[in-house]
Design a protein around this ligand. Structure first.
Ligand code: IMP
Length: 180
């Protein structure tokens, strides 16, 4: 594929890099305030939230620990019951406060699975959720969201860590993807 064809797949910018930066700073400030006594373990579900996590960490003013988890579903990410852990946590989070850092919550199925997995097998004190993006119109299962960046409409977005077939993660703005 030529670079011009690659960029042609992008629609309009939904959220610009400067809007993201402003919002992430605000969120990091709130997180620092809320966790000033019980420092959290920030957990990122790979790979979409790697940039968001890095920016949150850049602006927090409290000690944090960081870990990564990865799940794979057998029939695409929409299925439940067919999900397995392909990279587990290294940190023992029992008796710790977990802050899950997510790129986007769509149906909520992934997040619901992660929360249930962590509660059942890792026994943390507490789990909170921080997501950059939310598509509330797509929700199928209730998931608690404690820190949210932006609500977006039901469009497929890429950039700032979010991908389509592993591409577009390097973009600094978040774009609507033109699906052909
Ligand atoms: P859910 O289980 O339906 O909430 O899906 C959550 C996961 O689907 C996210 O962590 C993303 O990996 C992926 N996803 C959902 N919507 C988008 C999107 O618009 N762009 C890129 N990835 C998405």
């Amino acid at each position: 594929m030529k670079a011009e064809e690659y960029y042609k797949k992008l629609g309009k910018v939904i959220i610009s890099a400067s809007q993201i930066e402003r919002k992430v700073k605000e969120m990091a400030k709130q997180i620092s305030k809320d966790y000033d006594k019980n420092f959290p373990v920030l957990i990122s579900n790979l790979k979409g939230s790697f940039r968001f996590l890095a920016d949150i960490v850049k602006y927090v003013k409290i000690p944090v620990m960081i870990d990564f988890i990865a799940f794979q579903s057998y029939e695409g990410h929409k299925s439940i019951g067919n999900v397995r852990v392909i990279k587990d946590l290294k940190i023992d989070v029992s008796n710790k406060n977990i802050l899950l850092v997510e790129d986007i919550v769509d149906t909520g199925i992934t997040l619901d699975y992660i929360i249930k997995y962590l509660e059942e097998f890792k026994k943390p004190i507490d789990i909170r959720v921080c997501t950059l993006l939310d598509k509330p119109s797509k929700r199928k299962v209730y998931v608690p969201i404690h820190y949210k960046g932006f609500d977006i409409p039901d469009v497929f977005v890429v950039g700032y860590g979010l991908d389509y077939k592993e591409f577009f993660r390097e973009l600094n703005d978040i774009y609507e993807l033109k699906i052909d």
